[in-house]
Design a protein around this ligand. Structure first.
Ligand SMILES: [Zn+2]
Length: 117
């Protein structure tokens, strides 16, 4: 049902640790599913030097957070601001059902908030 990529990311997260210093953090929750995330970005000179997440949630939520963090770190802020929800679905390798869309987009929404939409 879910992509290989998503399962892999959810089970072996490299970005699941928010550093103590120099991060801009945003908490976001999806009460419908019980997802509770915090996303943190290390910004430097218009670029995202590091992208991190922590918290708990369903497979879709955690897997997407990991894939998204991996995708946006080292990218320019202007480029990341242009990312659309449809691109997030491409990254995770499947289109979530309507009830799972919030799960998949939770980390993405936190990133957008941090970057100021
Ligand atoms: Zn969820």
């Amino acid at each position: 049902m879910y992509s290989e990529m998503l399962l892999d990311a959810a089970h072996r997260p490299d970005h699941k640790k928010i550093p103590a210093k120099n991060v801009v953090k945003e908490k976001i929750a999806n009460p419908m599913c019980g997802d509770d995330l915090e996303v943190g970005l290390t910004l430097n000179d218009g670029a995202i030097e590091g992208a991190w997440w922590q918290g708990r949630g369903c497979l879709v939520c955690c897997g997407t957070a990991e894939i998204l963090c991996e995708h946006i770190c080292t990218k320019k802020v202007v480029a990341v601001k242009k990312i659309k929800a449809s691109e997030v679905y491409k990254l995770i390798g499947f289109r979530p059902t309507p009830s799972r869309e919030t799960c998949a987009l939770l980390s993405f929404q936190a990133v957008q908030k941090i970057l100021g939409e």
